[in-house]
Each structure stands twice: as structure tokens, then as C-alpha cells.
Design a protein. Structure first.
Length: 411
């Protein structure tokens, strides 16, 4: 195997003609699917002889990280730093060691620490960032990756060599997890891939990023401030369901099952008040939908960012990666997909109104477009979604009261 300490960063990554940087320009961007496959082949990402990384784990701009064999139930969470190892923290804070080989139940509001199967040996200049998968965020399962010797969650420093650990805290539901399950994703990048605010209107002019109904949002109507803002859809008559509020007394939810659970066992419907608004109860988890439809062109990736805390006690981001091709239709017939918004108010009731901006997207350039896009290319669950519920819930609503409108009507 090539020496990864001296190997040039971009050497060996699959590239297409024209993707090399211009003279004097630094190579920067997010590794696409084919680049991530190259990273696996070169040993930058590995999982040992018994747990080889399957092609299905590699997404257009991220790779799924899988749970290992056991979990530690912790007395409390902790802030990682260089003064102690993760094993030191486990020895100090662990209450029990639990096997999850064949599945185990995680209690609500209890922090767990789970070693991930994947380990990293990144070259200098290659950094990583982790985020919960969309299905994880929609279940209100809080996760964040911890690395050795680094004091920031979900950020993997350039050139990191070592293990990865996942802190998992079920907030609303009691959940069952098991070995090999993927709750979060890793994105690798070179240099600074973030798109500056001044570039967003230019990209939108060439390939629209937001749609209202089937029309691109006029450039003059874009709200941009350290990212592109999205607003919430609370329109419609009083009987329309515009969101869901998590029940605290629900049954156990097996995170490995798809289209298995009836939504009313876990969620209460949310209806708009007159004037198109709702009041969020403190510390209750809500799922809402964006008013705008999002489109991520093949040459870009995106990440949902938290709303500015200075604007109020509102948390609006749990699962943030948007892969290239999200909401993208090359034929232009059905452009854009609504974004699911995971929302929790802190401390006090908080009013949210229709078309109020409550979250934003940060866009990143890809090193090159991925050879497979989000959607049918990789069997994605949420392309063209008009529901905010996760893949675990049955989509047949025929058993519901016929007086209800279509639950997830789009505008």
C-alpha cells in the first residue's frame, strides 16, 4: 500500500477531465462518491477484515458509519479534550457495558457511547465532518462523533489517525439499535469547500437552488446571511396537518425496521392556528416542512445549519447533510424537494409563523460531481418527499379518519 503520510492528497482519486485546479488555485472541495471509494481502497477509511465497507455505505458525498459490537451507558456526557483519552472517560463515567450484537434497547435521555466500526488514517490536508443521517434526526436521536485528542464534536481534524466513537442520546423515543446499523455519516473534504455568500446568487442564476411550487425563487427574494435561509410551511386551513409533535409515552422503536410503524403510536398531528402559526411547547420535538423546495446541483453539496441562537431559544437542526442531486431533476419536470425541519424550543413556548425563516443551508463545492446522485441512483428515501416522517413509518394512511385532508399536502 502507498505510504499515506507522503502520498499527494489528490493522487489516485478518480477525476474527470477539467477537474484539476487552475495554475495558482488550491485544490478544494468535498470528496464525491468515487473519491470516497478511492479513500476506502487506499485505507484512509477502514473497518477491519471482518467488517469490510460495502458499496452501499458510500453515498454521493458521504459515507455511512456503522455501530460496533457494544455500547457503554454513561452517567453523563463529557467534553473531549487532549488531556485524557476516550477510554479514560469511559472508565470514569460508564455505568454498564451493553452488547448490541443482536440488538439492545437504549433508554430515553440516557447518553451512550458506541465505538464505530470505521477507523481513519487521513492524509495531511484531508479533514472530516460527521452528521446524523436524516432518519436518525427525524427520530430525535441525538448523535455526535468523538475523536481522540480533539475537543470538538463531529469534526475530524486533518490527518487524523485513530478510532471513532459515537455518542447517542435518544430524546423522544425508546429505541432499539444493533451492530452494523448506521446512525450517522462522514463527509471528507480538502481545503475550504464552503461557498461564500456572494457566490450563491450566481449559482442560483445558473441552476436554481430554491423553488416555490414549480418556479425558481427570484434571485431578489433569496435571503442570504452566512448561508441561504429556508422558511417553514404553516399554510392551509385549520384542519390541515402541517407537522408532527413527538409523544413521550410511545412504544419502543426498532431503528432497523422500515415502513413498519403506525405514525399515531409515536406522533401527534400539528394544525395551524388562524393566521398560519403554531406555538411550540418547550422541550418537545417537532417535525415541520420547509415552504421552499431545495435543489442541490451535482457540482455542490449542502448542510443544514442551526438558526442563529441570538434570534431566540429555538433549535432547528439535527441532521444536516444534503447530497448532490437532492431535489435535482435534470429534465426540469419536478424540480426541488422540501426539507424536513427538526425543531425544538428551549425553556419557554415559542411562536413560529408561516414563511418565517428558521434555518439555513450552507453550500459546499465538490471536488467533482459524483458518479451517482442522490435519488434513484442510490435508492434514497427522501427524494421528492412531501412528508417529514422518517422511513420507519407506514405511508398508507387509509386507516385514518376520512374527514382528515391529505396529510402532507404540498403547495
Amino acid at each position: 500500500m502507498t505510504d499515506r503520510k507522503t502520498r499527494p492528497i489528490a493522487e489516485g482519486l478518480p477525476t474527470r477531465p477539467g477537474t484539476s485546479p487552475a495554475p495558482g488555485e488550491d485544490l478544494r472541495g468535498v470528496l464525491p462518491r468515487q473519491g470516497l471509494q478511492g479513500a476506502v481502497d487506499e485505507g484512509w477509511i477502514s473497518s477491519g477484515e471482518h467488517y469490510r465497507i460495502p458499496p452501499s455505505s458510500i453515498q454521493p458525498a458521504s459515507i455511512d458509519l456503522r455501530l460496533g459490537e457494544h455500547a457503554w451507558a454513561l452517567r453523563c456526557s463529557f467534553l473531549p479534550d487532549a488531556r485524557s483519552t476516550v477510554e479514560d472517560r469511559i472508565a470514569d463515567l460508564a455505568l454498564d457495558k451493553i452488547s448490541i450484537r443482536d440488538g439492545a434497547t437504549l433508554e430515553r435521555d440516557r447518553p451512550y457511547l458506541i465505538p464505530l466500526l470505521e477507523e481513519l488514517q487521513l492524509p495531511p490536508g484531508v479533514r472530516g465532518k460527521a452528521n446524523p443521517k436524516s432518519s436518525t434526526g427525524r427520530l430525535d436521536v441525538f448523535t455526535r462523533v468523538i475523536t481522540e485528542g480533539h475537543n470538538r464534536f463531529d469534526e475530524i481534524p486533518p490527518g487524523y489517525h485513530g478510532k471513532l466513537f459515537l455518542e447517542v442520546v435518544p430524546r423522544s423515543f425508546v429505541v432499539k439499535v444493533q451492530r452494523m446499523l448506521s446512525l450517522n455519516q462522514l463527509r471528507l473534504s480538502i481545503g475550504e469547500p464552503r461557498i461564500r455568500d456572494a457566490e450563491i446568487p450566481q449559482i442560483h442564476d445558473k441552476s436554481p437552488l430554491l423553488y416555490a411550487d414549480s418556479q425558481a425563487v427570484p434571485g431578489a427574494d433569496l435571503v442570504i446571511a452566512d448561508g441561504l435561509f429556508l422558511s417553514v410551511d404553516l399554510s392551509g386551513p385549520r384542519k390541515r396537518i402541517v407537522g408532527f409533535r413527538a409523544k413521550k409515552n410511545s412504544l419502543r422503536l426498532d431503528t432497523s425496521k422500515s415502513r413498519h410503524y403506525w405514525w399515531r403510536d409515536f406522533w401527534e398531528p400539528v394544525h395551524p392556528e388562524p393566521g398560519g402559526r403554531i406555538v411550540l411547547e418547550p422541550e418537545i420535538f417537532y417535525l415541520l416542512l420547509s415552504s421552499e423546495k431545495v435543489c442541490v446541483p451535482p457540482a455542490y453539496a449542502a448542510e443544514m445549519m442551526a438558526y442563529d441562537p441570538a434570534a431566540g431559544e429555538l433549535r432547528t437542526h439535527y441532521a444536516g447533510f444534503f447530497d448532490p442531486g437532492f431535489g435535482y431533476d435534470p429534465d426540469g419536470q419536478n424540480p426541488g424537494t422540501r426539507a424536513a425541519l427538526e425543531v425544538r424550543a428551549r425553556d419557554v413556548p415559542f411562536m413560529v409563523e408561516h414563511r418565517q425563516a428558521i434555518c439555513k443551508l450552507a453550500f459546499e463545492r465538490m471536488l467533482e460531481p459524483p458518479d451517482r446522485l442522490y435519488g434513484q441512483d442510490v435508492g434514497s428515501h427522501y427524494q421528492g418527499q412531501d412528508t417529514m416522517l422518517s422511513k420507519h413509518f407506514e405511508r398508507d394512511f387509509s386507516a385514518d379518519d376520512e374527514s382528515l385532508p391529505r396529510l402532507f399536502a404540498t403547495r
